[in-house]
Design a protein around this ligand. Structure first.
Ligand code: SF4
Length: 199
C-alpha cells in the first residue's frame, strides 16, 4: 500500500504547523502537542507498507514495515519505520523491546547478511557463497556422523544415536518447516536438538 499525501492534507498540515509554532512562541505550550498529533498521521506519507513477521522468537508477532523508494521506478527501497500490526491476532499492535528495536537491527552495520567462514588456521572470517557454505556444512556433518554414529549400545540394543553434533533450529519458521527440520534432525540420529525460542 502506498500512502500518498493529498494537496489538501498537505496544506492543512502546513497551516496547522505555522499556527502551532506561532502560538507556541506566545506561550501556548499545549498547541505544540496538538501540532504533533496533527502531523503524526502523515509521518508515513509516500511510504510503501508491507506485512511481515518478527523473526526474533516463536511468538511470531505481526509487524508492518514501511519503506521509501519506488522499486517499479528502479529506485532502491529503504526501510524507514517498523511497528506492530494492530490487525495481527497474536500481538494486536504491541511489540516487546526486541521487536521495537527491529529498525535498528535492519540497519545495523554488524548485521550478518551473507555466509562467513573462518578457514582452519586463519584468524579472520571471510565472505563465502551460499554454495560453499552449504557444501562445507554438509561435508563436516557427514564426516562427523560417519565417525561417531552409534548404531547399537553396549547391550547390543539398536539405538542409532549421533551425539557429537547438535542442532539449533530457528524459531520463526512455519509449522511445516519446523516439521521438516525435526524429521531431518531426528532421522539422522541427532539427540542434541534445541530451539532459540527457549531463551
Ligand atoms: S521478539 Fe518480541 S516482538 Fe518479536 S516475535 Fe518475539 S515477542 Fe514478538
Amino acid at each position: 500500500m502506498n500512502m500518498e499525501l493529498s494537496r489538501r492534507q498537505f496544506l492543512r498540515t502546513a497551516g496547522a504547523g505555522i499556527a502551532g509554532t506561532s502560538l507556541g512562541a506566545f506561550g501556548f505550550g499545549g498547541v505544540e502537542e496538538a501540532l504533533a498529533d496533527a502531523i503524526r498521521p502523515f509521518r508515513l506519507t509516500n511510504t510503501t507498507e508491507v506485512r511481515n513477521t518478527c523473526t526474533y522468537c516463536s511468538v511470531a508477532c505481526g509487524i508492518l514495515i514501511f519503506s521509501k523508494g519506488d522499486l517499479k521506478k528502479g529506485e532502491k527501497a529503504e526501510i524507514t519505520h517498523i511497528e506492530g500490526d494492530v490487525d495481527h491476532p497474536t500481538n494486536r499492535g504491541t511489540l516487546c523491546p526486541k521487536g521495537a528495536a527491529l529498525l535498528d537491527i535492519v540497519h545495523s552495520k554488524t548485521r550478518l547478511q551473507y555466509p562467513m567462514m573462518r578457514k582452519a588456521g586463519s584468524d579472520k572470517f571471510e565472505r563465502v557463497s551460499w554454495d560453499v557454505a552449504l557444501d562445507r556444512v554438509a561435508r563436516v556433518l557427514k564426516d562427523d556422523r560417519d565417525k561417531n554414529f552409534i548404531a547399537k549400545n553396549n547391550d547390543g540394543v539398536t539405538v542409532n544415536r549421533w551425539v557429537t553434533t547438535g542442532f539449533l533450529a530457528a524459531s520463526a519458521t512455519t509449522n511445516e518447516a519446523a516439521w521438516c527440520t525435526y524429521k531431518v534432525v531426528r532421522s539422522a540420529g541427532m539427540l542434541v536438538f534445541d530451539n532459540q525460542a527457549r531463551v
